[in-house]
Design a protein around this ligand. Sequence first.
Ligand code: C5P
Length: 222
Amino acid sequence: SLSKVIAIDGPSGSGKSTIAKKLAESLNVLYIDTGAMFRALAYSCDQRNIPLRAGSEMDDFLSEINLEYGKSQDFLIGIDGENLTKKIREHNVSKLASIISQIPQVREFLLNYQRELASRVVCVMEGRDIGTVVFPNAFCKFFVTASVEVRSKRRLNQLNEAGDSDLSLEQIMMDVKKRDESDMNREVAPLKMAEDADLVDTSDMELLDVLNSLKSSVEDRA
Ligand code: C5P
């Protein structure tokens, strides 16, 4: 049977987070940001000096922590009671998240966590492998993308807004390409479009126009 998940996958800076968040809001369903989970685990390992590789330290970490998602408006994600919602947005955490996301036991842990979280509700879940691995039977799947340049400009704007802005566009374009490369080529659950997903290219579209088109295709299928 089809699962009540609206899966939104795509590379960073494609606009998928904005779209997913607003889509969830306008459909009045739960918004689940799986990137935030990888970021929180990466941040926390870094803090605790746990190496970002497979092994018993990682196993122990995963079995001991209490990962909390969506406790409230200001508490999107936390570990062991610490609110990490803001901290996980720092630029260096993106890199750590991309590294930790290659570890099979980390993906396994979050796969179970994500399935459990979505088991009782309708939700919009965004990530890299939601339509391919986590919920291959999602009733709606979108693959949201945009050119590297457009995505890098959006990323730069976000960093500027957060006051974290000593990076040039060129620097960011390099980081974005590097991250795409490793997300698309990793062994476990690489970033790729599900065969039955709708492709959405946001390079030349306003995000709000994209939102409206997704919303009507969800409603057509509901
Ligand atoms: O979406 P966001 O940029 O916050 O994700 C951070 C990193 O987490 C990504 O670069 C990717 O390596 C990883 N990720 C993943 N699978 C997901 C979500 C995020 O591998 N479903």
